[in-house]
Design a protein around this ligand. Structure first.
Ligand SMILES: [Zn+2]
Length: 123
């Protein structure tokens, strides 16, 4: 029984186009199966399991794990954060933290949103 569980955790499949970094984080580090990701995506995005898309999975993984964005000198982590009642992309760079742009974005959140064609604001 225990062995069967382990097999599922280690040998889970990536969803279509799952970025390598996120697949590694989900399956190898977090041992999260695709069914679990589906449940979380459904809860986070308030959608039924049947209506979820691969972009919803991607958004959920970025929300859960964050995603690295290369800056000029450092790698920054971009993820979703609840801010004033909305989920928006956040970053750990000083421009985002100190809100230099006065709109809670930075070049890393814009880069990630552009790279994956996702919204900087979830809802
Ligand atoms: Zn940033």
């Amino acid at each position: 029984m225990k062995k069967e569980t382990k097999w599922l955790e280690v040998c889970d499949l990536p969803y279509c186009d799952e970025p390598e970094e996120l697949y590694h984080k989900r399956v190898v580090i977090e041992k999260m199966r695709i069914e679990e990701l589906r449940e979380k995506a459904s809860q986070l995005l308030k959608k039924s399991l049947e209506s979820l898309t691969k972009k919803d999975y991607l958004i959920t993984e970025i929300w859960l794990f964050g995603y690295p964005v290369e800056g000029k000198h450092n790698t920054y982590w971009v993820g979703y954060k609840k801010y004033n009642g909305e989920y928006i992309l956040s970053c750990n760079c000083s421009a985002w933290i100190f809100n230099h742009n006065k709109n809670r974005t930075c070049k890393h959140t814009k880069l990630l949103a552009g790279q994956f064609e996702i919204s900087e604001k979830l809802y």
